[in-house]
Design a protein around this ligand. Sequence first.
Ligand SMILES: Cc1ncc(COP(=O)(O)O)c(C=O)c1O
Length: 324
Amino acid sequence: MKSDSGGSVSDAGGATGGLRGGLAAVGHTPLVRLGALVPEGAAEVWVKLEGGNPTGSYKDRMAISLVTRALERGDVRPGDTVVEYTGGSTGTALAFVAGVLGLKFTAVFSDAFSDSKRQAMEAFGATVLVEPSNGGMITTELAERMKQRAYAVAEGPGRFYADQFASPDVRPGYAPIGGEIAEALGGDLDVFCAAVGTGGALMGSLDGLLRAGVEPEVVTVEPAESPLLTTGVGGAHHVEGVAVFPDPPFLDRSVLSDVRVIAQDRAFEMCRRLARVEGVFGGGSTGLNVCAAIDLAVELGAGHRVVTISGDTGLKYLDGDIYG
Ligand SMILES: Cc1ncc(COP(=O)(O)O)c(C=O)c1O
């Protein structure tokens, strides 16, 4: 099924003659309105529940786009090995997509990320190489080491480096998020807000919104422990997937009207309250996003709409320090 606006995941299915198996279940996720957690008199807060994708993350959308477009161009062939360095969500999505399309997948991972993500990658058939962290902390130095190792593994025939941090196929994978939001709300929203790692999901979603004729204000958010966008100085933190790059590769800062800074502890507390009060079960970036969205909603007041994303499911974090 194609959405009328913002494209569809099936746009990326050409080389495969349509999406098979679980690939056909990617996208068309629910958009829900928060209730009790939003103070009276505030704007409406809506959350796109991307944990509903087959591997529990919006990375499924990106992985389908990356792999099917590479197959179409002949950059990768069935039987080849896709390689990527990953905190686990992209790796799980790539393992899932690669497996269905007859490819192998090798992930460069680290013990700084949830062990359940390693297990999920392996469940989908990935080979997982673990780069040791310094005390479980996510740092730019660790990301650099993982990158160099992935480059080395991707050398040679029959290897394809997916390049989630630079590929032109990333943003189109996320555009349907924007199309689906526009469709669900009849184009009526004021602010779109989301934390960034690469910036792919935020920019791709915005592409979809703009294509549907919707021009919201765009706000991003980062953990106070790694305020890279607001100060240029990063730090160790535990919000997986975000606030790693000083200059997020897909982020065009000119589209941003603001960058919010939220303490990691507040974001994690929000995750727990979201689960218990709203029945919304997300990872750390979901807590960050919803804190910023509710703050914005309070500032805007009734009669407005703020939309944010729950990028993945809380089921990925049961062994971490959010729900543990
Ligand atoms: C849970 C989660 N939230 C947010 C992000 C950031 O997404 P992007 O890299 O598209 O900016 C990621 C990326 O890894 C993620 O895994």
